[in-house]
Each structure stands twice: as structure tokens, then as C-alpha cells.
Design a protein around this ligand. Structure first.
Ligand code: GN1
Ligand code: MG
Length: 369
């Protein structure tokens, strides 16, 4: 739940290099981790919007690292976009507004970390994919995002959350949560726990392939939810990829997998009616086509060979993270109703099964491109 009132946002806003008077601020309810506010300023009679965001430092324990990565990544992207001549770099790449003392974020007295972005106008995000064209755009956008970062100069990016998509690590954490059963919830979740544990044979596939260098490490987004793609209101084309806190060294397959998870079902992530949850092949096809269009030039054969599997694996991994959080008392993902994380886990497992049923056909299609 948003815990900041307009008056507090006013206090925060004073610390950033923004001209004009704050007129209005409202919480943006998307996202399970950070707190986001849309703020409108009067700049010489024109309303101009910004995003103020409080970084969740329980989750992102190294905000300096998060912001260093973010500045390096967005600067590099902006330069490349500007050089390419496509135009509208300011709507294609996130712009950070520095604090009054020239930092990329502002740390308040109590320790709260706030940052500010330019609000990108005339775009919108969607919670579910409404057409193959939208899926194509999502695939294209994240593929392009990865491809722009292939030549990022400098040191390796900081791992803002170490072992973020490490399925074996996530599996072990689930096992510990079952064992501890802090909230006494394991009995009610017995079916989900059983289903989750049964999948153990898949948890090491990508982890091991990476350890053996069969799959390369690359700079990846790591939170490629469909609602992190901003689509132009008029053309419907993807303009900007947002939510860059987990941009770090990773595996492109996790990025692709999370696109499958968040685009192919017609339902929300926490859908209660399991009968509605399924992987839509036409959407998947459009998604891969879009992704291959922009990422195809750098993907290796090994990466391509796990495209369909990645969808299943990430859907499973996010499912066990929700289940773990449910068993541990909902301390990580923000919840809005009772058993919310259990519902989310159930929905992921249903989608995982649907992907599994179609996995061969999905991979065959990817291989044909
Ligand atoms: C979290 O807050 P949001 O919605 O951007 C989570 C992702 C999960 C996602 C599930 C840092 O992202 O990993 O896939 O929820 N982010 C973090 O909806 O854990
Ligand atoms: Mg996120």
C-alpha cells in the first residue's frame, strides 16, 4: 500500500532539480516492490509530469549499485538511440532527474531512497496482451534492449540481487520455507508444494549450462514483464522498456521466459479461475518473431534451443517464489488480499503446465525462424 501522502511527496520533490510547483501527486499501483508516484508540476503554466519512486531497500540492499547500473545503462542506450537517428530518444530511454546535490538519487534522513524520472507521455502499459502485435512489440523491445547493451563499456555491472533467477537457489529457499512453515500454511498449500517439488528435475538445466559456459552471460533486464513495456498510444509500437533495477549480468533465456510468462496467457498473474489460464500459441509465435527480429543476430544455437523451455522454467521459478513468500508470511511481494501469493503461485503453476503441454510445438516454431 502506498504510505506517502501528497505533503510528503512535496517534501521529497524539493530535493530534485525540477522547476515549477508541485500541483498534484498520486500513487501508481503497478509493481510489487517499489513505491511509485506520478507527480504533476506547473512549469510556466504548462503541466509537466515526473515519476518519484521510493526504492525498496529491503529488496535492493545496494541502492548505489542499482543507480550506478541504471545510469550507465540509460546513458549508453541514449547515446546509441541518438546516433541511430530514430528520434524521440527522450521517449525511448528513461531519463533520471538528479537530486539537488547532483546525485542520481536522494537519501532522506530516515534512510529512505528516492529517485525521479521524466514521465514518458503518450504511452501506456498493459497488464495482459490483447493482440499478437502487442506480443511482437514486447519481444522486439526486450530483444532490442539486450542488443543495445551488448557493447556496454566498462566493468561488469553490479549484481543488484545476487542469484536472482538461480532456480536451484530458489528451490532450496522454498524447501526451507516448507520446513519452517512459519505461518502454519503448508497444510493448506499441500497440493502446490507437492507440484512444486515434483519439478526438481528442471531446476538445474540453465544454471548448469551457464556454469559450463554452454550459455553465455550477457547483460539482461531480468524483469521482462509485459507491463514493463511502454507502447505508444497512437502507433501501438513499443517505445521504452522500464523498471531497470534488476538490469545486471544474467541469461537472455530468463528474459525471454518471463516474456512468455507475462504475455501468453489472456489472464492476470493472480487469476483465480484456473480454467482461463493457458499459453496462447499465436501470441507465443508473435513474441518469438519479435524477439528474434532484434536479438537474432547475437543469440547462439544453445540459447535458441532452450527458448520454449525457458518459458516453462521462469513461470515455475516465479511460481515457487510466490509460494515461498506465502509460506513465509508475505514479506517480499506486496499483497492485496488474503492468500494472494498462494493464488499467484497457483496461477503460475497452471500456466507452466499449459506451456509444458505445448513445449515441443513452441520449440519447433522457434527453430523454424
Ligand atoms: C516483482 O515489482 P515488480 O512487479 O516489478 C519481482 C519480479 C517478479 C514480479 C512478479 C525485484 O516485480 O522478479 O517476476 O514481481 N521483482 C523483484 O510479478 O523481485
Ligand atoms: Mg520489477
Amino acid at each position: 500500500m502506498p504510505s506517502y501522502q501528497e505533503s510528503q511527496i512535496l517534501e521529497v520533490s524539493r530535493h530534485f532539480q525540477i522547476y515549477g510547483e508541485l500541483q498534484h501527486a498520486e500513487p501508481c499501483k503497478i509493481g510489487h516492490i517499489n513505491e511509485t508516484y506520478i507527480a504533476t508540476y506547473d512549469q510556466g503554466g504548462v503541466p509537466v509530469r515526473y515519476i518519484h519512486q521510493k526504492i525498496n531497500t529491503d529488496v535492493f540492499k545496494d541502492p548505489d549499485g542499482v543507480m550506478d547500473n541504471l545510469m550507465r545503462v540509460t546513458t549508453h542506450q541514449r547515446n546509441k538511440v541518438a546516433d541511430s537517428g530514430v528520434g524521440e530518444a527522450g521517449r525511448r530511454v528513461l531519463t533520471v532527474i538528479p537530486s539537488k546535490d547532483g546525485q542520481s538519487y536522494y537519501r532522506a534522513d530516515g534512510g529512505a531512497c528516492w529517485r525521479t524520472f521524466v514521465f514518458i507521455e503518450r504511452v501506456r502499459t498493459f497488464e495482459t496482451v490483447e493482440s499478437p502485435t502487442q506480443a511482437f512489440e514486447a519481444g522486439r523491445a526486450f530483444g532490442e534492449f539486450q542488443s543495445l547493451l551488448v557493447d556496454l563499456p566498462g566493468d561488469r555491472l553490479i549484481e543488484t540481487i545476487p542469484f536472482f533467477h538461480h532456480t536451484r537457489g530458489r528451490f532450496a529457499t522454498l524447501e526451507r520455507a516448507i520446513e519452517a512453515d512459519r505461518m502454519n500454511r503448508s497444510k493448506e498449500a499441500a497440493q502446490e508444494i507437492e507440484l512444486a517439488l515434483r519439478q526438481e528435475p528442471i531446476v538445474d538445466v540453465i544454471v548448469k549450462a551457464m556454469a559450463k559456459k554452454k550459455i553465455p552471460e550477457r547483460i539482461t533486464h531480468n524483469d521482462t514483464k509485459f507491463n514493463n513495456v511502454m507502447l505508444d498510444l497512437q502507433s501501438g509500437k513499443a517505445m521504452c522498456v522500464i523498471d531497470l533495477d534488476t538490469v545486471m549480468p544474467g541469461c537472455v533465456l530468463y528474459d525471454f521466459g518471463d516474456m512468455v510468462r507475462t504475455t501468453t496467457s489472456p489472464t492476470l498473474e493472480d487469476e483465480l479461475n484456473l480454467a482461463l489460464i493457458h499459453m496462447r500459441m499465436p501470441i507465443f509465435k508473435a513474441l518469438v518473431r519479435g524477439y528474434i527480429e532484434t536479438a537474432g543476430q547475437f543469440l547462439t544455437k544453445n540459447e535458441r534451443s532452450l527458448i520454449a523451455f525457458a518459458g516453462k522454467l521462469i513461470t515455475y521459478t516465479i511460481g515457487i517464489r510466490f509460494l515461498t513468500d506465502h509460506l513465509s508470511g508475505d514479506t517480499y511481494f506486496r499483497v492485496h488480499r488474503q492468500n494472494h501469493n498462494l493464488h499467484r503461485a497457483r496461477a503460475q503453476f497452471k500456466l507452466m503446465e499449459s506451456i509444458e503441454h505445448q513445449e515441443e510445438a513452441m520449440q519447433r516454431f522457434a527453430d523454424s525462424l
